[in-house]
Design a protein around this ligand. Structure first.
Ligand code: ATP
Ligand code: MG
Length: 600
């Protein structure tokens, strides 16, 4: 293990029992976690919106700020729990008046504005199913998801509707209602005004009985490995959102919390909306785009205590302020309120963990999960040691395993059986024992892919990991991305992390390039930090640097400079696209490629 453990903070706010991982796991049960929630009055079940909003609105916490929205112009709008309870009730009444019944899909195509939160939680109150679409999607990906998800209602803005939906409306016969937020609905045929409808609707609503198994959310995956899948989640997921936010994010009532993920993706929903509101937290909502200065300013001015972000954002901050200094930019902001930083979405290079420690004064806690898992599954916990480069250990209530893999890189399934590898250092496909509350209940309209995700009593994640002797999990790569070179199996993450240690490297994406002799050779695509120019000398230096770190069998043989590595809109390097471009093969589904309007 090349990286030293970072020992736990002196004064975490976590309950004391979390200090002892073994004890915490032994003491935990999902049924106890479920019992810790309120539930609907009179035993009428469990509804996410009740847990996130109504129960606070009915308590002394009603005047606490639920949302603090920072506009593009830096204006700040606050919404209290009480106000959110009223606006969500209005929206639930609108849906009822439109005849939108339980289980029917309501989709959003909205920026991060207060109305988005109202629609999400109002839909859940009414027992509709909410499916968020990322507002930067182009017309094709939008239409594809509206169709795949059987949208009955779409809530959007006049501008987004005109640019992304209007032209395809006649090909969407199931889309009965389009509600337009803000100005412009009157001029758009076939739409209704969200503002007028909600203003006229009553601001109280009694949530109907909700079974924990009722469908609540539909989330499309990021499309990193192929066509996005629509993962179905149910109200019971709230149990996992609540518990995991405590263990993995150290969230507590009255915290100020900022999750930088867009609610169009599962992180922005589970931890940007549901989990923090369940904890009675003040959620910072940034309507703007990434900008290092702006982000530091939000952290400082909003007095953010807990910050949940992503490797790609951290790498962008590292681009402007390397760990070697100078730290002028972050040092010019008062970040003294910040007490916990976590990251998800992609492997977090050890360099980024240490960057946090040195530059922001707090190490970054990596955690791992997927759209399908609905909630954090593996984490460097609050109040526990951190092993930089490791995703951490399974949360209490989560049973993980490493499965032996077969020829194709995925778990070896023979006659429906799999082999669990128990030895220290075992490497294979990461699997989870089904039964945690936020587990997806299937891919919508795709029984085949759903069935293929389970074998031998396990859910197969598609990610390859190594588990060390102490039970920490280390990400190796996606099964599809692992490189077979001259008899070695090479995880792209290890190579990328080594390159990231070089001061010239801002980001790296590593793939296998087909080679007649070796099968594949390791090729790295590298974007450079400001002040460094692509040149033969830089290339030579990086090749030599990687060779020293990784040894000749694993180090890249080729390096190409690429200032714009392809990313998904949720911020992941799309290695499959680098591969396709390298080999001249079709690019496949690029509906989630950042910087384009996308096409399916
Ligand atoms: P698709 O399933 O459509 O290919 P996707 O897997 O990127 O897209 P998500 O569900 O958004 O869609 O992402 C989950 C994946 O992100 C994980 O399976 C894993 O590969 C990666 N990931 C998330 N967190 C981490 C982490 N902390 N370390 C390493 N990888 C991570
Ligand atoms: Mg996936």
């Amino acid at each position: 293990m090349p990286w030293e453990t970072i020992h736990k903070d002196a004064a975490p706010r976590v309950p004391p029992h979390l200090d002892d991982y073994g004890k915490a796991r032994a003491a935990f049960s999902w049924s106890a976690a479920r019992a810790a929630l309120d539930g609907l009055p009179d035993g009428r079940g469990l509804n996410i919106a009740h847990e996130a909003v109504d129960r606070h609105a009915a308590s002394a916490h009603r005047t606490a700020v639920a949302l603090r929205c920072v506009g593009r112009d830096d204006s700040v709008t606050s919404v209290t729990y009480e106000e959110l309870a009223r606006s969500t009730s209005r929206f639930a009444n609108v849906l009822r008046a439109l005849g939108v019944g339980p289980g029917e899909r309501v989709m959003t195509l909205l920026g991060r504005c207060p109305q988005l939160y109202t629609v999400v939680l109002g839909t859940l109150k009414s027992k509709g199913v909410l499916c968020p679409l990322f507002s930067a999607f182009g017309p094709d990906p939008v239409a594809q998801r509206l169709r795949l998800g059987d949208a009955r209602v779409l809530v959007t803005t006049a501008d987004l509707y005109r640019r992304k939906v209007a032209g395809q409306r006649d090909r969407l016969p199931g889309l009965d209602h389009v509600l337009v937020v803000g100005e412009g609905a009157d001029d758009l045929p076939g739409t209704l005004s969200y503002d007028a409808l909600t203003a006229a609707a009553p601001d109280t609503f009694t949530i109907p009985p909700t079974s924990p198994d009722d469908m609540a959310l539909l989330h499309f995956t990021s499309g990193t490995t192929g066509t996005p899948k629509g993962a179905v989640h149910v109200h019971e997921a709230a149990v996992a959102h609540h518990a995991t936010a405590l263990y993995a994010l150290d969230l507590h009532r009255d915290d100020v919390f900022w999750c930088t993920a867009d609610p169009g993706w599962v992180t922005g929903m589970s931890y940007g909306v549901i989990a923090p509101l369940m904890h009675g937290v003040t959620v910072v909502v940034d309507e703007g785009d990434f900008d290092a200065r702006r982000w530091y300013r939000i952290l400082a001015e909003q007095r953010v205590g807990v910050w949940y972000t992503a490797p790609t954002a951290l790498r962008m901050l590292m681009r402007t302020t390397p760990r070697t200094g100078p730290y002028d930019l972050p040092a010019s902001f008062d970040l003294s309120a910040l007490r916990f930083i976590a990251s998800v979405g992609e492997p977090l290079n050890p360099e980024a963990v240490l960057w946090g420690r040195d530059v922001l004064g707090l190490p970054v806690h990596d955690n791992w999960w997927q759209t399908e898992t609905g909630a954090i599954m593996i984490a460097n916990f609050a109040g526990c040691d951190i092993r930089p480069g490791s995703m951490g250990r399974p949360l209490p209530g989560v049973e993980a395993a490493v499965l032996r893999r077969g020829e194709d890189g995925r778990a070896d399934v023979t006659d429906g059986r799999v082999t669990v590898l128990d030895e220290p250092g075992a490497e294979g496909e990461l699997a989870l024992r089904p039964g945690w509350p936020s587990m997806f209940r299937g891919y919508l309209h795709d029984e085949e892919r759903t069935a293929a995700a389970f074998a031998g009593g396990w859910y197969l994640t598609g990610d390859l990991v190594r588990r060390d002797a102490d039970g920490w999990y280390w990400f190796v790569g996606r099964a599809d991305d692992v490189i077979k070179s001259a008899g070695h199996l090479i995880g792209p993450f290890e190579v990328e992390s080594a390159l990231m240690e070089h001061p010239a490297v801002a980001e790296a994406g590593v793939i296998g390039r087909p080679d007649a002799v070796a099968g594949n050779i390791v090729k790295a695509f590298v974007s450079l930090r400001p002040g460094f120019e692509p040149s033969t000398a830089t290339r030579r230096e990086l090749l030599a640097f990687a060779r020293r770190r990784l040894g000749p069998a694993v180090a890249p043989r080729e390096i190409a400079f690429d200032p714009h590595l392809p990313h998904t809109r949720s911020g992941k390097v799309m290695r499959r696209l680098l591969r396709a471009r390298e080999t001249g093969l079709p690019e496949g589904d690029i509906s989630t490629l950042e910087g384009t309007e996308g096409s399916a």
